[in-house]
Design a protein. Structure first.
Length: 44
């Protein structure tokens, strides 16, 4: 499997990619669930 080979050859890169994916997923989930519906604000 491609991801398995990447993790075996460059563990640091694999960890970075996984961490980045988790970050993007968390950010998307946070934005989806925590957006104010009645009074949108601009603080991030």
């Amino acid at each position: 499997m491609l991801s398995n080979n990447l993790l075996h050859v460059t563990p640091g890169l694999g960890i970075a990619v996984v961490a980045f994916g988790i970050y993007l997923g968390g950010e998307a989930a946070y934005n989806h669930f925590h957006l104010p519906e009645d009074h949108p604000t601009t603080h991030h």
